[in-house]
Design a protein around this ligand. Structure first.
Ligand SMILES: Nc1nc2c(ncn2[C@@H]2O[C@H](COP(=O)(O)OP(=O)(O)OP(=O)(O)O)[C@@H](O)[C@H]2O)c(=O)[nH]1
Ligand SMILES: [Mg+2]
Length: 527
């Protein structure tokens, strides 16, 4: 089972140096990172342990200004590698990164006390005692990224921790949060991310959410090696042909179609670290979005997001406002606006209070309240619709097929009507009568297309050309002169009408399947 591990720790404590010592790969690839000697963006390297365990390492920056990047890197990983400079001991981002890891539910990992080559024994012992108190239960290993001392012990500790860990969420539908997108010559746009759940293979059809765009996977790589199918827990690079690099960015989710719906609201159980202000940055997946916090009781909140996220019940969020102020566990996605402590408590107990449609074990479920809201909205549209066609288009959504039969509305074609609703001329009865009086063999221009459609359905008019009409009697009269092989000119002369009118009528007969055009003439179609 492949696993991902994220580094954590204060700036300059030796994370990147240690990752390079372990993997041989320098993950500080940006010129600015090399010039300033600090990490700015996330770095990635594969790490194979002596027992064969495959780990993907995400190296995060330690600078306090880049904690948001650290959160994006640590989200969805299985293990941490907390790096503490033995000479300095725990510093502010040591604590903050550790807090973020706990909020994200990344509970297991190893602590590396680095720079052991320049620390004396007393210093190391002090650092070890501090680390053991900070991260109870984790292995603490003294290492030097410079001399390689302690690396074997560190590998063994990682292997032992990895062997006790399973990647969570493996059998849920496919979900990957994009952490990078770039363009490769000859290949096009490539996105990378940690595959949270499901699998991704060549030819798969996926959705980029919340952008709502369908994409097809051209090829999949795991750490620069092509694979047929990548599985949950792996670091994945995916080539997406026909997609601009700017069309898919860090924060977007690549998901199985229909499996996750973007949410503007999240109900969460709070895990505060400090007072949570009214406006926060919500970090979820690799996304970072502004939100208003609506407190519900003392332990819950509804997060109203400025842009939607693709979340699922049980997901973790991190809340930041300058520093990390807390986190939360998602209790409901797309919840009703009115949040109550009772609903939150029920959701926390695992009682599935669904609001908007969600797939549960393959079936769509939704709340009565949601259905009522939907019905009310549709009925408002019906009331505002043309009385000649008092319906609304069927909602376009994955759940439509399951939900529509429960609305109590009548499905006719692609529209929904109140049961038994009939078209009603209403105020247009006079206009209809006036129009009818005008109709004959000579096409009359009809401005009111809905009225024309209505009268035609009622057998009181026949539409010809683009927006013209004749009387049903004229239609029958014209039909009676049709004969096999009749030409446009013969037809025109037989009726004593103009060429243009003749053309319109013949086209209508063609459309009705009465005639078929063969060269210059019309033949009659049987049946
Ligand atoms: N002597 C010694 N120096 C080290 C060791 N590990 C790292 N350093 C030095 O410490 C400095 C910072 O190392 P980095 O690996 O860039 O630290 P980092 O934690 O990745 O820093 P950020 O990513 O910016 O948070 C560099 O000058 C390294 O050469 C070590 O084990 N021994
Ligand atoms: Mg670094």
């Amino acid at each position: 089972m492949p696993l991902t591990v994220a580094t954590a720790g204060h700036i300059d404590h030796g994370k990147t140096t240690l990752v390079e010592a372990l993997t041989g790969k320098n993950t500080d690839r940006l010129p600015e990172e090399r010039a300033r000697g600090i990490s700015i963006d996330l770095g990635y390297a594969p790490l194979e342990l002596p027992d064969g365990t495959q780990l993907s390492v995400v190296d995060v920056p330690g600078h306090e200004r880049f904690v948001r990047t650290m959160v994006a890197g640590a989200t969805g990983v299985d293990l941490f590698l907390l790096v503490i400079d033995a000479n300095e001991g725990a510093r502010p981002q040591t604590h903050e990164h550790l807090a973020v890891l706990r909020l994200l539910g990344v509970e297991r990992g190893v602590v590396a006390l680095t720079k052991s080559d320049v620390a004396d024994d007393d210093t190391l012992e002090l650092a070890r005692a501090e680390a053991e108190e900070l991260v109870p239960g984790a292995a603490v290993v003294a290492v030097s990224g410079r001399t390689g001392d302690g690396l074997d012990e560190l590998r063994a500790a990682l292997a032992a921790t990895a062997s006790a860990q399973e990647h969570a969420g493996g059998d849920a539908p496919t979900r990957l949060y994009v952490d990078r997108s770039f363009t490769l010559r000859g290949i096009g746009t490539v996105v990378t991310g940690t595959l949270w759940s499901g699998s991704i293979g060549e030819g798969d059809e996926l959705r980029v959410e919340p952008r709502g765009r369908s994409v097809r996977v051209r090829s999949v790589q795991v750490h620069d090696r092509a694979v047929d199918r990548a599985s949950a827990g792996q670091r994945v690079a995916i080539a997406l042909p026909g997609v601009e690099r700017s069309d898919v960015r860090r924060g977007d989710a690549l998901v199985a179609p229909g499996a996750y719906r973007p949410s503007y609201r999240l109900d969460v159980a709070l895990e505060p670290l400090a007072d949570i202000p009214a406006r926060v940055h919500v970090h979820h997946g690799t996304a970072d979005v502004l939100a208003r916090v609506i407190p519900v009781g003392d332990r819950y909140a509804q997060l109203r997001l400025s842009t939607p996220v693709v979340a699922s019940r049980g997901d973790r969020v991190v809340l930041r406002a300058g520093t990390t102020v807390g986190g939360g566990v998602v209790l409901a996605t797309n919840p009703p606006r009115h949040a109550s402590v009772e609903r939150m408590e029920a959701a926390e107990r695992g009682e599935t209070l669904v609001h908007a449609p969600e797939r549960v074990d393959g079936d769509w479920v939704w709340s009565e309240e949601w259905l009522d809201e939907l019905r009310a909205g549709l009925e408002r549209s019906i009331d505002a619709a043309d009385p000649l066609d008092p319906g609304v288009p069927v909602p376009v959504a994955e759940w439509a097929k399951a939900v529509v039969p429960h609305l109590g509305l009548e499905l006719r074609g692609a529209k929904l009507y109140r049961p038994g609703a009939a078209a009603d001329l209403g105020a247009r009865a006079d206009a209809a009568a006036a129009l009818e009086a005008q109709l004959g063999l000579e096409p009359v221009k009809v401005e009111d297309a809905a009225l024309a459609r209505f009268l035609e359905n009622d057998g009181r008019l026949v539409r010809v050309g683009d927006g013209y009409a004749i009387s049903p009697q004229a239609y029958e009269q014209a039909r009676s002169v049709l004969a096999d092989g009749i030409t446009l000119a013969q037809f025109r002369d037989a009726l004593g009408i103009g060429r243009k009118t003749a053309q319109m009528l013949l086209e209508r007969f063609d459309a009705d399947g009465v005639t078929r055009r063969v060269g210059d003439a019309r033949v009659l179609r049987r049946r």
